[in-house]
Structure formats: C-alpha cells, structure tokens
Design a binder for this molecule. Sequence first.
Ligand code: BGC
Length: 735
Amino acid sequence: MFIALVAFTVGTCTPKQEIPVYLNSSKPLEERVTDALSRMTLEEKVAMTHAQSKFSSPGVPRLGIPEIWHTDGPHGIRPEVLWDEWDQAGWTNDSCTAFPALVNLAATWDRDLARLYGDCIGAEARYRKKDILLGPGINMGRTPLNGRTFEYMGEDPYLAGELVVPYVKGVQSNGVAACVKHFAVNNQEVRRTATSSNLDDRTLYEIYLPAFKKAVQEGGAWAIMGSYNLYNGQFNCHNKRLLCDILKGEWGFDGVVISDWGGCRDDDEAITNGLDIEMGTWTNGLRGAASDSYANYHLARPYLERLRDGRATEEQLDDKASRILRTIFRTSMGPEQHFGSFSSPEHYAAARKIAADGIVLLKNDGVLPLCPHQGARILVVGENAYKMMVVGGGSSNLKTKYEVIPLDALHEAFDGKADVVWERGYVGDTTTVYNKVVTGQDLRDGRTPSQLLADAVAAARDADYVLYIGGLNKSKKQDNEGTDREDIVLPYGQDALIEALAAVARKMVVVNISGSPVAMPWAQQVSAIVQSWYGGSESGHALVDVLTGAVNPSGKLPFTMPLRLSDGPLKTPRQYPGIQEEGKKWWQEYYDEGVFIGYRWYDTQGIAVQYPFGHGLSYTSFELADASVKRSGKQWTVSATLANTGEVPGAEVVQLYVSDTEASVARPAKELKGFEKVYLNPGEKRRVQLTLGLDDLSWFNADAHEWVAEPGEFHALIGFSSADIRADIPFRYEK
Ligand code: BGC
C-alpha cells in the first residue's frame, strides 16, 4: 500500500513541504506571531479583539488558530456556562476541585504553597481546555468592608507580590495564562462600575501597583484584567495611564489586556488606550444592552468603521492582534503539549494542605488542640459548621465534586471517642443555589432567633466543649462580589449568641469562618479563637486537622483584625464609599489616607487592634535570637536564629519590617520587606537570612517619578507579627 505524507497550507489545498511558521511550535514566538499576522485580514484581526460568547473570544478559523477560552478563577475552574448566560450549562463533567479562597492562601505566607496552588489550578484549567484563568486577584485590602477581600491576598503589597509570582508561574507552567486582576485601584464593590479612585502617584506606586508589577515582571504573567472602576477620571479597561504608560510602557508587559466583563465603556478609548480583548459588554453582562449582538461591542463594528474610514490605524490593531496571537501561541498552540488533570486526589490533597496551613490560631489558653476524654460531649454551634460555602460569592462561585463541611469532619475525627452534637444557634443564609449550581442542602429552620439561642445555650450547659463555628458567608453584603459589607460586626446576632454561650460553657472555642476581618468583642470571654476561611472542597477536613493538632497551625493574618471599623484610616465619605461632585458624571473617591492602610495606619497612629497583621499562634513555641544586620555594598543581610522551643514540630514565619526613621516624608512606622516560613522539629534551630536592597529602603518620589532611598538611619525589625517584634536593629545607609 502506498501512503503519501503531504503537508497542506491550512485554508488552501496547495501541497507544500513545510508547515507554516505560525503553526510550527518549535519556531520562536515572535516569528510565529509575525507570520500569522501577515496572513490575516483586517476583519479577522478585529474579530479577535472581542468576545464571541460569555467566556470565549475568536481565533482565526480559516488559519486553524483556535479560539480562546477564558474561565474564572481564581479558586477553581468555573462550571461550563451557557453560550450567552452566567448560569451553569448543566454539564456533568465539570465538577472541579475547589481550592481555598486566595485570602486563605495569603494566610499561609508560603511561597511553595502558592506555587502548588498555581500548579494544580492551572492543570485543572488545562484539562478543561481553558486558555486563560481569570485570576489571581491581588487588589489591596484598603477597607475591611470590600466584598471581594476573600478573593484577594491581603493588605500588604509585599506579601501579595511574593505570593502572586509563584501562583502565576504555576498556572502558566500548564500552558494556561494567568490573568491577574483587577488592574488597578479597584478596592471596593460599592458602585464598582461608577466610581473614580483618585490618588497621588506615591500612593499608587507604593501600595497599589507593586504586586501587579511583580506579577508581570517576576511572574511573567501573560494576561491582565482591567478593572471596572475609573482611575483619575478614566475607566480602567481603557485607562491610558495605567495600561499604556505604566503596564505596557514602564513595565514592558507583552501580554494581553482583557476587559473585566462589561468594563469597556467607550469606542475610541477602547481602541487607543491599551485594551486588547473586550469581554462581556453587550451580552446582558453587567450593563443592559440594546441588543445581544457581539458585533456591537466597542471593539467590533465601531472599531471596523474607524479602521475603514481612517480614524483608527491598522498598526494599533496589529499590536492588539499580536498580543492575542502571542497568548494563543503560549497556551493552546504552545511549544509544549499540556493535558492537565482534573478533580484528582492530588488536587484535593493540595487543597486540604493549603487550607490547613492558612488557618490562623488567634488565641489559645491551652484548650487546643482538642483532646477530649473518652465519651466527652462536644457541642458544635453555628451555621458555618454545616453550610456549604464553595457555592456563591459571585464569579468565584464553583461546582465541586464534594465539599467536606466541618461538622462531618468532626464526626469523622471523633467517631467512637467523643459525642459530637450540633445546634444551629442562628439562621443566617439559607441559600443553596447560585447560578444554577445546587448544593443539595436544606438549610431552612422554623425556629425564632430567641428559640435558636435558647436551644444552643441549654445544650452548652452540659457540654465539655463548646465549639462555635460561625462568621460570615457569601451572601450579599458579606463576602460577596458586587456588594460591600456595612460594618465589621458579625451578622445574625452572633456576638450576643457567643457571649451567651461563653457565659455557660466550660471550655469554649470560637472558629470564625470569613474572608475578611470581623470584630471580636467577646475575645476575652472565650478560651481559643481560630480564624478559618472559605477553604474549598476540603475545608472541613482542614479545619479539623488544625483543631485536633493533626496539623500544627502556622497561618498568619494577611490583614489587620481591627477592634472596630471606625478605628481604620477611612474616615470620610470622600475616602469611602465616594461622593458625587457637581459637574462630574461618576462618583469620586479620594485616597486621602495615602500610603497608610492596614497596619501601616494602625502602627503609625498607635491604634490598638484586636489582632495585628502577621499574627498567628502555634501549638509549639518559637524563639528568635542573635539577630544581626550585615552590609555588603548596597545590600543588607538581616539574620536571626529561629528555634522551636516547644514539644511538637511546627512552622513559624519570620517577618522582617523596615522602618525609615529619618525620612523627609511621612512614612509608615514599619513596612514588610521580607519573610520566610520555616518548619522546625522540637529543639531544632535554623539561621534565617533575609536580604534588603535599596528598593526596600525607598519611597516613591512622585515629582521626580523615581524611587528614592534617603541616606540616614533605618531599623530592621524582625519578629512574628507587625506588633510582635523580637529584635530592632538600627543600621545606616550612606550613599
Ligand atoms: C468579575 C471578574 C470575573 C468576570 C467574569 C466580573 O464580574 O469582576 O473578576 O472574572 O466577571 O466572570
């Protein structure tokens, strides 16, 4: 038999010996891009710059270049949705591993776990044939009220920057682009599509940009998502300053800029100001539409008209198309074939490990780890012991194969040893469906609030332990996209319930499950407090691992836990949630607090907090000794010896803050500039070395548009939280 092996030029039937450069994945990326671009028509290029469905944008079918499939992000792979709808499509092969919320990852302070997270979620995306993962989110915790705090990595740019880099690298090692969001100064959900964040350059560069810059320059992120809000009066999905000048100019970003879904607002700016792909604007997304046609997108018909009559240039279009092609050649047509893996035991194990390692032990008088005597009675109170939390919250909503709730994990752990009983205590959110993802739980309860409280208190009287598991959930005005909270007080009368339980309980542990800070006025009345998070599929197991000591807690707060909202830096409606001004169409918000957010505010003002940034206890104890600072050229090595002085293996995060005592401008009392998470066995010691460079001493001089390290005295503050500084070593920088 005769078999002819003939390669064809795609789209024609002309026999050819060599495959075209753009199809040859062993050719250099830029050669492939140039080659593909040279074969494309104007219409094909424009087609690529806007969506064709809720979560996809076109490729070039004639040339065999595949479409791009986008997916949320950032905690798992969103279930398949209908072509034009947010609702899940009802596929039966798309139940993913739900990973812990990003705030939970941030609380691990562990770069290796961020890499593991990225590796796993990237593999899940690839298996589901997704090319762009819409995440991670790294907006700063400017206010604890932000409804999306749970999707972000805390209040500190250094911490978020250090964790976003390995996350991005992990995702992209699977041939999936990480789309870092939401760029930029998008720090609230209230009127998120109608508010201009107005701030000075020093604040922008010191607080709100560094994590994005690291994601781009060190993480090598292939995609960035523009945010809904405006910055200094211009919408961020086509904000010239942010996208053209800073992202693509100063930082040299060569990837693709994608609009948030419905975030594109203007034909001309969409073309000229750095946007590459417009998603979700005219398809009943976030804004109403005259028509559901993708052809009416800003970057569709209006763009073509402008190209044809000369108002827009093909050169600019080529830049957008090149970036889109680059993304395709890095992902689905990348040089390495990736197939990914999905919902695997390994991914569930990773989710459990990350969730557990981010749980923060805030207080412990010795009641934890739980070690009940045979036959002890453990009363569990609180809706969050029972309610499934993976579902809901907005675009991070997931459909997972399973979710282990804390109550089931407790029964599993204490089976045959202790008697675990549950009292609900309050009724919070009984929703069990989101975007047609159904948990199957029935959360209805006919009792009145006072009956629920009375029942819980009665049961607490003869319990050996009361384990309260409450906090927030993902309903509106809590940890939820599209709304902000109104206060940091716990909802549903939980403070009164906790106090009533504490008054009768022999030993009481409070587990707060939330994605953002809450007030804890009852902190002195209970034996132990655990900050847990939306931990994903394995959340119950992870929590119980920590409660029983199977995992020694090592999480650290990625944000400050204030005593009350009014202690924070945002004092006026001008600062938050924004004001309306005469003659201005959009709401205006002024970042008058400057660089002083989070612990930068509390520590500089000397305001007491409930628990400081970086705080988290262990079942063992650690000591830090022999701290020193050594200079070599323009670098300083800060060293100290960490010892595990307790009885069990555990991990501590050695944190390095810098204080600039002779600055010519107002600077925070201290700023995080280094950390390392160290695992030690009992009795073991390790010398930890953290390096400071000139960048770490610098502030951003807006007038000169440069970072400045001023000669003078600095302090290296090394310890276990922003408030628990074990050594304060002055050093000098002279030019
Ligand atoms: C959110 C994004 C998300 C997008 C797609 C928007 O509403 O702000 O974070 O990726 O929807 O679901």
